[in-house]
Write a protein that binds this ligand. Structure first.
Ligand code: AMP
Ligand code: MN
Ligand code: MN
Ligand code: MN
Length: 281
């Protein structure tokens, strides 16, 4: 049966979310979500717990992950993988490699932040980390808020952690074709996450869509928590033009720290092929 309230992008404490995998699933269920994917950054360690919780609640669940990809001139792009075999060894090894650079990057970030007067950031960020392999900018942001340098996480990114800000450290993540290849090799569908969040010129954006499609990418998040109505219309047009499957995605990280709560999203625009139609019997 086609879901009426699918949400195919969210995070748990296994990456930079605030709730444990089972708590994410309960909240999704309470919000009326009827098809869920947990998509932690570069990590699938929360899927067993989430899947078990979903089975208990009778909530339909598909596997997910959000892979960090380096693209073009020091841009980071996120590729969501959906409904793959989590036992696939190539995918698992690829994700382990992507995760492995995070700790050294965090040490460098702390050094940069110390230069602008924010001391103790590595140890401070670690206090917020649920999975030591997955220290992320979000954990640094929570520590910087705790220290009183900014009122909220969003402000921290604007001043210190976004690209070209003092605490930003560039990093080599996966290549686009690798990430798509791992997902497809494990039987999944690759989806461009939150296309409105990348600082790309219009031409570069189209180049990303083409490169993604050329290496086997099939989907795009048309409706996502952080997108405006105008952006959703734009991405609907892109999905039609490039023949992409359309996804619906809150990118929920935790209460009070996200653009959208689980399942609290507009419906997909008309005239698109939803990504979940690929999973109907
Ligand atoms: P990382 O993978 O360590 O580079 O961290 C990326 C994460 O930081 C994203 O997945 C978001 O959760 C968070 N993030 C990035 N930019 C922003 C922003 N402008 N405001 C709030 N959170 C952000
Ligand atoms: Mn995140
Ligand atoms: Mn993302
Ligand atoms: Mn995300």
């Amino acid at each position: 049966m086609m879901p009426s309230n699918p949400d195919l992008h969210c995070h748990s404490t296994v990456s930079d979310g605030l709730l444990a995998p089972a708590a994410v699933v309960s909240r999704a269920h309470a919000n009326g979500v009827d098809l869920l994917a947990l998509t932690d950054h570069d990590e699938i360690g929360g899927l067993d717990e989430a899947m078990a919780a979903a089975a208990t609640l009778g909530l339909r669940f598909v596997t997910g992950v959000e892979i960090s990809v380096s693209w073009g001139d020091d841009q980071t792009v996120h590729i969501v993988g959906l409904n793959f075999d989590p036992r696939d060894e190539t995918l698992r090894a690829g994700l382990a490699r992507v995760r492995s650079g995070r700790d050294a990057r965090a040490v460098l970030m702390a050094q940069e932040l110390a230069k602008v007067g924010i001391d103790g950031a590595y140890e401070g960020a670690l206090k917020y980390v649920g999975n030591p392999a997955l220290i992320s900018r979000s954990h640094f942001a929570r520590y910087i808020v705790e220290r009183g340098f900014a009122p909220d996480v969003k402000t921290v990114f604007e001043h210190w952690l976004a690209k070209d800000k003092p605490g930003y450290v560039s990093h080599a993540w996966a290549e686009l074709a690798e990430a798509v290849g791992w997902i497809r090799g494990a039987g999944g569908i690759a989806v461009i996450a939150h296309p409105g969040r990348y600082r790309l010129a219009a031409g570069e954006r189209r180049e990303l869509y083409r490169a993604f499609r050329d290496c086997g990418g099939q989907g795009i998040e048309v409706v996502s928590g952080s997108a405006s109505d105008a952006e959703m219309r734009e991405f609907a047009a892109i999905a039609r033009e490039f023949g992409f499957l359309a996804s619906r995605a809150s990118d929920f990280h935790g209460p009070g720290e996200s653009y959208a709560d689980l399942g609290r999203l507009p419906p997909l625009p008309e005239g698109l092929t939803p990504v979940w139609t690929a999973w109907e019997e």
